[in-house]
Design a protein around this ligand. Structure first.
Ligand SMILES: Cc1cc2nc3c(=O)[nH]c(=O)nc-3n(C[C@H](O)[C@H](O)[C@H](O)COP(=O)(O)O)c2cc1C
Ligand SMILES: [Mn+2]
Length: 454
């Protein structure tokens, strides 16, 4: 896979793409159609009302698509990510830069004039960029970060960006503010899908001193071709579709939200968030706009698979008999973890529960950990529930832990009304379920024997 376009062609060749020929409005209509193909197809919108530009969405609607974008199989995806993090590659100056075929630099650029940025859900605060990834450099070290954040685009050249406290991007911006310098950013659409996926890597899996462009190159499997920005000191993928160049302005915060978010609820109440001032928009002549509908399986996989990888690495380090971890889509790939172990001693399930809940960015929102034996398919919710039904006694097989840190779950409690607004300490309780067969009475084993034909 060479770039974004060859990836789309690859999806087309195996009939993973549906073309929408009818004219579609970027306001609400587009989101409704995206929702209807949630787990089914990549969607190519050919005619967008009021725009010349076409739109693609839902490219990662199944796990295989992510695996193939980074040159591996669904089964090996976590190993491939760990390998890339441990063995970054590099970037090189590209020979040509299709992304800069068109360059728009003007006063008060309004991207809504040419980019069909959607309003997805009815109560969203406005029109949001959801699939652009943000490239920035650490103002002190120059290390490059790629990340996702929702960005609301108003008329004019200002964008409101929502960044949580744990984010590398916010650390960079805080450093820049201390140095009295704006933080330059490049918002990238339609780079190689491995670059897109890398943008979803959370703190802990990737540390803020690791260069994420080099990790993206390792996921692609070859050096990543880059070109220097027209108005910023940043080099972005030369084969991308569109890039918005700009800077995060010091000491300004503006109200943003509500926004229909990851967990399928509106992120409310509105909060004060940083502002990006746009300095240029560059694009291909026939650029395709890339969109993502929040609270779809694509969103879950992007958020969940890097976190599963981080958790697997950490939990297996503590308890080597751990085989795999799944963050289930029913729990938005964030709230419910299922861990498969090849249990050797009776203490392991409880150790696994505590190790999985160890409070890192990847574990922060987990509320349920189910530990199962090796015969259970952790990607099959029927099988997991069957293990719970036939192997759990609720008076002995659960652990409840109170006063842990949460964030995305609306039922989590805040200490004060202000903590909801400033995203301070939001508390949640968590449960661990040991759904493994107990060792204590070996003579019971016959009780747990599965039916079969051999
Ligand atoms: C589609 C998508 C949208 C996201 N939106 C936001 C967001 O609006 N704000 C935020 O803080 N994190 C958001 N995240 C999570 C982080 O951006 C993501 O974990 C990222 O890797 C963190 O990057 P950083 O720590 O390098 O800044 C989003 C993730 C995905 C996949
Ligand atoms: Mn990062």
């Amino acid at each position: 896979m060479k770039d974004f376009r060859s990836y789309i062609q690859y999806l087309r060749d195996r009939d993973d793409v549906i073309d929408i020929e009818d004219e579609v409005s970027p306001i609400i209509e587009i989101g409704k159609i995206e929702k209807s193909y949630n787990t089914k197809k990549t969607i190519f919108f050919k005619k967008i009302k009021g725009y010349d530009m076409q739109v693609i969405a839902n490219i990662f609607f199944k796990r295989e698509n992510i695996a193939e974008a980074i040159g591996t199989t669904k089964e090996n995806i976590k190993n491939k990510i760990i390998e890339a993090v441990n063995n970054p590659l590099n970037t090189v100056k590209a020979k040509n830069a299709p992304v800069q075929e068109i360059v728009v630099i003007e006063d008060n650029i309004n991207p809504l004039k040419f980019l069909p940025i959607p309003k997805h859900y009815i109560k969203d605060d406005g029109r949001y960029i959801t699939a652009g990834v943000i490239l920035a450099k650490d103002p002190e070290t120059g290390v490059r970060n790629i990340s996702f954040a929702r960005m609301m685009v108003n008329e004019g050249n200002k964008i409101n960006i929502m960044i949580n406290k744990e984010r590398h991007l916010l650390r960079y911006f805080n450093k820049a503010e201390k140095l009295n310098k704006p933080l330059e950013v490049a918002i990238i659409f339609g780079a190689h899908p491995a670059v897109w996926f890398e943008g979803a890597m959370p703190d802990g899996l990737v540390n803020d001193d690791m260069d994420e462009m080099n990790i993206a190159a390792a996921l692609i499997g070859e050096p990543l071709g880059i070109v220097k920005g027209k108005t910023v000191d940043l080099e972005y993928p030369a084969d991308a579709e569109i890039v918005i160049e700009g800077r995060m302005i010091n000491n300004i915060r503006e109200e943003e939200g509500p926004f229909g978010d990851y967990s399928g609820i509106y992120d409310n109440p509105p909060r004060e968030n940083p502002v990006i001032e746009i300095s240029a928009v560059v694009m291909r002549k026939d650029a395709i706009y890339h969109d993502l509908l929040p609270h779809t399986f694509e969103h879950f996989y992007l958020g969940g698979i890097p976190r599963e990888t981080d958790l697997l690495k950490r939990v297996r380090f503590a308890i080597p008999t751990v085989k795999d971890i799944h963050l289930t889509t029913g729990g938005c790939s964030r709230f419910h973890a299922v861990v498969k172990i090849g249990k050797k001693t009776e203490s392991e399930p409880n150790h696994v529960i505590f190790a999985t809940l160890f409070p890192t960015e990847s574990a922060r929102d987990i509320k349920v950990v189910v530990v199962v034996d090796e015969d259970i398919d952790i990607y099959n919710s029927f099988d997991v529930e069957w293990a719970i039904a036939t192997r759990v006694q609720w008076d002995r097989d659960i652990i409840v832990v109170d006063k842990m840190r949460g964030l995305l779950d609306p039922s989590a409690k805040s200490n004060t009304p202000q903590t909801i607004i400033d995203r301070g300490e939001i508390l949640t309780s968590k449960i661990g379920i040991d759904a493994t067969i107990p060792f204590e009475k070996p003579q019971w084993y016959g009780l747990y024997e599965r039916v079969g034909f051999e």
